[in-house]
Design a protein around this ligand. Structure first.
Ligand code: HEM
Length: 196
């Protein structure tokens, strides 16, 4: 039986718990919290990219796997919100247990940019449920999800691009991020051609 729907989200949540236990099993103190921050950010990136590109991937490559992706994009999106809530909890732990130098380096712009990203994450998650989605209406929903997704994409890019310039390890992360606009452009072209 294929894993899908809420079972998929539940499975990903369990994996997050296991990952956290493994990290705290092999590391301690600030190192463990920072490893958790980096790991949750990487899980979030993967889940976000899968949810954000599912429809384009299906239109461009209609196969059972992309059909599964498209059918489960909502659950991948909710899993992304869960993973990033873990990122937020790890941030809380860092601020509380190891405030220096973390808190000293925080800037208003950074906090506002990251804070707004969380507003989008939770607004998009909430409106993935039927009643809030209806309340927002199709146009409002489309605007929120399109703008919110691109904003999150930008935050990921501005986090990974400076790292990739210093460390080649991060180049695949940036490459994956840059594939998204290419896919969406290709999808838009295909739609345009089909309409002519
Ligand atoms: C105010 C909110 C946020 C703060 C204060 C914050 C802070 C941090 C910190 C301290 C790290 C770990 C640095 C290290 O030890 O290497 C980190 C990593 C990261 N965060 Fe956040 N974060 C916030 C929100 C976000 C959001 C909203 C996103 C994406 C949508 C994000 C994406 C990342 C990424 C991509 C990494 C790098 C992971 C890696 O090195 O592989 N963060 N963040």
């Amino acid at each position: 039986m294929k894993v899908q729907g809420w079972r998929l989200t539940g499975g990903i949540f369990l994996l997050l718990l296991v990952m956290t236990a493994v990290i705290f099993g092999i590391q301690t103190g600030e190192d463990a919290v920072r490893t958790l921050l980096r790991s949750t950010a990487r899980c979030s990136l993967l889940l976000f990219l899968l949810a954000f590109s599912a429809a384009s991937l299906y239109q461009l490559f209609p196969r059972p796997l992309t059909s599964w992706l498209r059918a489960n994009r909502r659950y991948l999106g909710v899993s992304f919100a869960l993973s990033h809530t873990w990122h937020l909890l790890a941030l809380g732990a860092l601020a509380l247990w190891y405030p220096h130098p973390f808190v000293d380096k925080l800037t208003t712009v950074g906090l506002a940019g990251g804070g707004l990203a969380y507003v989008f994450i939770y607004a998009m998650t909430l409106t993935s449920f039927a009643a809030p989605r209806q309340w927002l209406g199709p146009r409002g929903w489309q605007r929120l999800h399109t703008f919110g997704s691109w904003y999150l994409w930008l935050i990921f890019l501005q986090s990974y691009l400076p790292r990739a310039l210093k460390d080649p390890f991060y180049i695949p992360f940036v490459t994956l991020l840059l594939v998204v606009p290419v896919l969406r452009l290709a999808r838009a072209r295909r739609r345009q051609n089909a309409a002519v």
